[in-house]
Design a protein around this ligand. Structure first.
Ligand code: PLP
Length: 227
């Protein structure tokens, strides 16, 4: 076993998620997405054996390599930037969390139409306004969601956000509640929009308190990344 501590760490994370969900009072179900980027395929196999069903990677090529190497029936989530010229590869994933531009949304729509199956996606919302992050500002979400309402190649299942690294609890709450409001806007535009992907190792409890339905957790499960 490459990750002998994984079962105990997983139990603790699941416990903290359940407690945070009860505190938050949103009544949502929370899916734990184990983020295995930079770790070998063993991380995925051992996660599956420990009862994890959802795995997230931030690079398409790395993910596709590990799909073959790990060979377990997890759901694969793409959580990092996707180049438009790789939109066709999106069909290998259960959910694309990181749709960060209108041009990428259009490329995925075209890929879904060409493949004969709508691709499940989340719109990335840049609540904090950091220049280094992609995605739509909260005030841009309504227009984009309305523009995408007629697309048949994608199914907008919700929104994703990332909080500023090391932010105060106040900023984290503002970021996560802003994403929750953006999901309502997407739903009002006619999309299914049930999912709210937010929260990483350092901030997932606050994200769950604010209504996260998916948390993306790497280091709290597998230890520090060396890369
Ligand atoms: C790496 C990554 C995570 C997980 O980060 P940890 O701090 O290791 O839990 C979550 N979301 C995205 C988009 C990431 O790239």
């Amino acid at each position: 076993m490459l990750f002998p501590d994984l079962p105990a760490r997983l139990a603790e994370v699941r416990d903290r998620i359940a407690t945070a969900a009860a505190r938050g009072g949103h009544g949502q179900k929370v899916t734990l997405v184990a983020v295995t980027k930079t770790y070998p395929a063993d991380a995925i196999r051992e996660s599956w054996e420990a009862g994890v069903h959802d795995v997230g990677e931030n690079r398409v090529q790395e993910a596709i390599g590990k799909m073959a190497a790990a060979d377990v029936p997890v759901r694969w989530h793409l959580i990092g930037h996707l180049q438009r010229n790789k939109a066709k590869l999106a069909e290998r994933f259960a959910l694309i969390h990181s749709v960060d531009s209108a041009r990428l949304a259009d490329a995925l729509d075209a890929a879904g139409v060409a493949g004969g199956r709508a691709l499940d996606v989340l719109l990335e919302v840049n609540v904090s306004g950091e220049g280094t992050k992609g995605g739509w500002a909260p005030h841009e979400v309504r227009a984009e969601a309305e523009r995408l309402a007629t697309c048949v190649g994608i199914r907008v299942a919700g929104v994703m956000t990332m909080a500023p690294f090391g932010a105060s609890e106040e900023v984290l709450r503002a970021t996560f509640s802003g994403a929750r409001a953006a999901r309502t806007v997407v739903r009002e535009a006619g999309h299914p929009a049930t999912e709210l992907s937010m929260g990483m190792s350092g901030d997932y409890e606050i994200a769950v308190e604010e209504g996260a339905t998916m948390v993306r957790i790497g280091t709290a499960l597998f230890g520090a990344r060396v890369a």
